[in-house]
Write a protein that binds this ligand. Sequence first.
Ligand code: SF4
Ligand code: SF4
Length: 203
Amino acid sequence: MESLKYKCLKCGICCHEIPDCHGAKRIPLYPEEVDCLIEIAQERGINFTVKEDLVFPDELNSKILVLTYRIILEPLGHCPFFKQDQGCSIHDKKPHACQAYPLSLRTLDAFKFEISIDPLCTFIISNYDELENIDIERLKVIFQDEYPKAEKFFRKNKKLQFKMKKLEAEKQIKITRSITLDNFNKALETWERVEIRSEEKNK
Ligand code: SF4
Ligand code: SF4
């Protein structure tokens, strides 16, 4: 038990849509990661598209604030950078979420999240009994390389959260927290978009 160490089994499951759950797989990207991947896709002639993921309505300016996007997996059923013969084809440009995987950020509410383990990863399924009630210190040992990346992912989200709170405190934006679904959908249809970016470059 003590010797368990995470090793990717190269099954590619994490780059694919979840079977029978169309649209459920979420590979989040920050705006600067989208820019980087668009560039690579154009160079390679790959059809790469994204849709908005984490967004907030800014009532003060009638704008939709976009924090993250997600990769559209259709029509392939997997990330367009996944290749059957090599797996991920953009290793050194992988988004934060993919670098940290199978550790991920679980959203607790609009502004709170925590580091968790994705139960859909094949390695996790294979070792579920040992990982089910794991404490943080063992998690760091088993996921020696991934844990620091998950922390980096976490810090980046915190930075964005801080930026939003600062903008709110300075009264530059006003996030509507009690908006009805109908009004939110109307806002999504008509309001302009503004991306919220942290200053950090994608590595
Ligand atoms: S699902 Fe897990 S084991 Fe399979 S490729 Fe992804 S990270 Fe590796
Ligand atoms: S960027 Fe790479 S690791 Fe991430 S989903 Fe696409 S192919 Fe998989």
